[in-house]
Design a protein around this ligand. Sequence first.
Ligand code: SF4
Length: 374
Amino acid sequence: MQPILQGQNRQSPAEGPTISLCNTCYEEIPAEIRINDSGVHLHKTCPQHGPQDIRIESDADFYRRSLVSGPGQDYWYQVIGTTALEVTERCNVSCPSCYALPENGAQDPSIEELVAIAKQSVSEKSKTLILMGSEPTMRRDLPELIQALQKETGKPVSMYTNGIRLASEKYCDEVLPHLYSIAFSLHMRDYLPQPILFEKKLKALKNVVERRVRVNHISFSLRDLDDLDEVWEHCKEFWGVPHHFRIRTPSRVGRCDDEPFFLSDLLKAFVRKANSEGKKVVWYPADNNPYHVMVRVGEQFFRLIHFPGVEEANLSHLQSPPYALFMPELGETNLVHQFIMQEKDKKARTPMRAVERMPTSQIDGMELIQAVSV
Ligand code: SF4
């Protein structure tokens, strides 16, 4: 399989030919985007498994508008030009929307193996490394691993974490001083099976803030649009702490049984929420595409995300950072692309639903900035 080229031709035309993945064998296959009255559709045909179609967006106006090109399109590279390493397949919790699919019996790769993989990170646009997993804090040798990666690659090392172990101040003091930045998945109060785990996450995030660690983003995975009310309150509590908040829709990636909805639905609900408190939402033309759009409320950035599953994947839109080296044989490709390729054995289970929609052009209080300077 040819690795996807990073940062090249990443804005494909709104309609017409592209490349996708077969829903069954995950091989790269020719596909076509078609737009009609019901929205945006991805049509593809696998030589082995036949034709496959899916509606990938209900709002064609939103879809076209999300394909930003122009002076601001490289903004995102400067924020998160990083390559992810899978440092463990173990995790200490069980999230309903896990895309990493932990295996708690799995053996961690050695520090030497990870250094060798990290040295394959050659993209000019990838200036840092980020440890991911499943959950990096499951490794006892995490401080040593971070230091070895920094020394051997010369790149700053960040970590994506569920934060639970960082509720311990002692653990924070062992790990945080070695990190360049942190990305923290917070979610909602009833997201995890035990409510105490959310309290631990809050304590951990406060520990991180007190130690003045750079927080790249705080993320939330919605189970449905009603969750946005609680997420908004958590964002207000930590407003100004991260570079951006990430809010993700349910989608057919990894272990997620929740009913997916479209990114345009999330954007519309987000704008209604912000407007209800008198706040204006500004759409930034970063490397937006149908899987993520960047907006700003006051000085605070938000990244609204819909991870595509294998059925929805348009590889022309899966080229922006963060990159990953989870499967070194694929090369250094987009993080979601690597998640999809890892979950090859998992079947998609939940059909997309049709819900009432409002054209993007009717969203009050949102303004499009045509170009940003960074
Ligand atoms: S999403 Fe992350 S924290 Fe949650 S179960 Fe999966 S690996 Fe663990």
